[in-house]
Ligand binder design. Sequence first.
Ligand SMILES: Cc1cc2nc3c(=O)[nH]c(=O)nc-3n(C[C@H](O)[C@H](O)[C@H](O)COP(=O)(O)O)c2cc1C
Length: 211
Amino acid sequence: MAVSPVALRPRVLLLNASLAGDQGNTAVLLARARRLLARSATVDALTLADNPASFADLRPRLASAQGLLIGTGTHWDSWSSVLQDFLEQATPAEGTALWLGKPVACVVSEHSTGGKGVLSRLQGVLVTLGCFLPPMSGLVLSRAAVLAARHSPDPVAARDFWCADDLRVVCHNLAEAARITSSGTTGRPPRWRAWPVDRTDFAARWLDPAG
Ligand SMILES: Cc1cc2nc3c(=O)[nH]c(=O)nc-3n(C[C@H](O)[C@H](O)[C@H](O)COP(=O)(O)O)c2cc1C
């Protein structure tokens, strides 16, 4: 059977959800990811900060991507407000073909603490939206770990910290998952299912002011 060229070279979208847009640490990480992914995927990039486009405007680019890499900083133990806004706008698409089975990887940066909590919660949200998490597809890069690795008297001990080089694994696994889910390992794409999702009432007030 002929293998589709799309399956061999999936489209991956880099979603920069940094507060600092193209000037931040996330932009540096995503530029590196772009170089890594370009070997096996067609890469598109989107920066949310200061982007006047609505979710509806961005939707076609999300839809045409077979894989997504989301980058955010850590802000008071949370992801960026631009990512929160994006997720809120994405809510009506929960469980639809836009997300269902789409492989998503995440890179979170932080100064020192909170990033792993951000990553784990973000991955939980993405799975609930309907996304597919490839193995070892979430990375937290901390300034503390970068400094520790640079100045450690024991380089072997610092090797266990997440580092920018681990982005290779994240990008490889994302491209691999995008290739598999867009072609299917059994000759057809996977048939994911969604449970029933409330698409009309999810933002409604549910507390009665009268008590
Ligand atoms: C408002 C604000 C809050 C932050 N809160 C945290 C935090 O809770 N924990 C942490 O380790 N770093 C924190 N940082 C540092 C950023 O997470 C870190 O610099 C990150 O790389 C920023 O990514 P960006 O440059 O792509 O925006 C904070 C930075 C800002 C501007």
